[in-house]
Design a protein around this ligand. Structure first.
Ligand SMILES: *Cc1c(COP(=O)(O)O)cnc(C)c1O
Length: 388
């Protein structure tokens, strides 16, 4: 992290000029395997992908020093930090192409520049480091030459190559603190959709959000507000970054509505989300008193859809009191500003009511109550589980 031109853009990402050095085939180091494996007969190669060649090509990337000297070395397992982002967030991509041998005995690839260009596009989409596709092709050719004896010399047979990039850094993380965060509502990217996997904590749901998140930070926002277009063309609010979202809306009878989107398959069923709903209900039912909230203050919880237009409307009416996102990492983050695209495509900032210490009364009460239960200072329904 010593390169001063690279700066943190949040979520564990660094950004700067195109990394120097880029991939450099002239720096290739080849270490040949000392125990070459026997080559199976083509007719024994019945199951695709079960037999591996003798060598692999490896290059690593560091934001401060760029791409390392490429290495061709004996094929074998990798050793990785268990906190590598590839394990939790599936910050991975791959290509698939084949090598063939010609009548002249020279190995060949079929339109490999297409695979290299696609790989570079995949890397950009996942916010993985850029590379020179021509340089990677040069290196892959070198690997094919080193492992040439593995290309079956029979028609219909080939050597399958699987270029792969995996994210080995950790992140994204979430800064703690009660300073209100800003959200950029995304109409371009979607986190989860009906029939998808958004309600599960699956790795594959996360890395596609890295690039939108980076763009949001560049535009001066902390997180993405994920939306889903409904049948009426309105944008339903789903989640904020990788946290669930709540709004606090005052009612005509003086009570408060506490609203969060329903678990319709596009929302992750957060433990914190569930806890906030349960604590609000417990307060209203007189089972506990949330700190700083009058015991006769009724909180009506709703798991129902609301849209960005609703947020705008409630603000205009002066009814939107608080908005906050929740999740285990930060527990609760108050939202101070939401950037929403208007019909012309310009971003219009919706400003939420501000509070003296940055956090509204209900947000503060929830945060304090959850912390007190987590730290064993308060007891509620066996939520705090002792390890003994
Ligand atoms: C983990 C997660 C949450 C929060 O869940 P908690 O159980 O409260 O930590 C919310 N949204 C998404 C997308 C998540 O991955």
């Amino acid at each position: 992290m010593s390169n001063p031109e690279w700066k943190s853009v949040g979520n564990g990402h660094l950004e700067g000029p195109v990394p120097v050095p880029d991939l450099d085939p002239s720096k290739l180091i080849i270490t040949r395997s000392e125990s070459l494996k026997p080559i199976p007969k083509p007719e024994d190669l019945l199951v695709f992908g079960t037999i591996k060649t003798d060598h692999m090509l490896i290059v690593s990337f560091d934001p401060a020093t760029g791409w390392s000297a490429p290495e061709i070395k004996p094929y074998g397992p990798l050793s990785l930090d268990p906190a590598s982002s590839c394990f939790q967030y599936a910050s991975n991509l791959f290509e698939g192409l084949k090598a063939y041998v010609g009548p002249d005995g020279v190995p060949r690839l079929f339109r490999p520049e297409k695979n290299m260009a696609r790989m570079a596009r995949s890397a950009e989409r996942l916010a993985l480091p850029p590379f020179n596709p021509d340089a990677l092709l040069e290196l892959i050719k070198k690997l094919v030459i080193v492992d040439k004896r593995w290309i079956p010399n029979a028609t219909g047979y080939s050597l399958y190559l699987r270029p792969t990039i995996i994210g080995t850094r950790s992140g994204p993380y979430f800064r703690n603190g009660t300073k209100p965060i800003s959200l950029l509502a995304s109409t371009e990217n979607v986190r989860a959709w009906p029939g998808g996997t958004g309600s599960h904590k699956l790795s594959g749901n996360y890395s596609p959000g890295f690039l939108p998140q980076r763009v949001a930070i560049k535009q001066g926002y902390d997180q993405i507000l994920w939306l889903l277009k409904d049948e009426n063309g309105s944008y339903q609010v789903t989640e904020a970054g990788i946290m669930n979202i709540f709004v606090v809306v005052s009612r005509e009878d003086g009570d408060l509505d506490l609203i969060t989107p329903p678990l319709d398959g596009t929302i992750l069923a957060g433990v914190t989300r569930d806890s906030v709903l349960a604590l609000a209900n417990a307060h209203t039912d007189g089972k506990l008193v949330l700190p700083g909230i009058p015991s006769n203050r009724r909180l009506h919880t709703h798991e129902r859809a609301f849209t960005t237009a609703d947020i705008d409307h409630w603000l205009t009416l002066g009814r939107l009191q608080e908005m906050f996102s929740v999740g285990t990492a930060a527990i609760l983050a108050p939202v101070g500003r939401v950037g929403i695209k208007d019909l012309k495509g310009d971003i219009k900032d919706l400003i939420l009511p501000s509070y003296e210490d940055g956090i509204g009364p209900l947000s503060h009460a929830m945060l304090q109550m959850i912390l007190a239960i987590q730290e064993g200072r308060e007891n509620f329904e066996g939520w705090s589980v002792r390890c003994e």
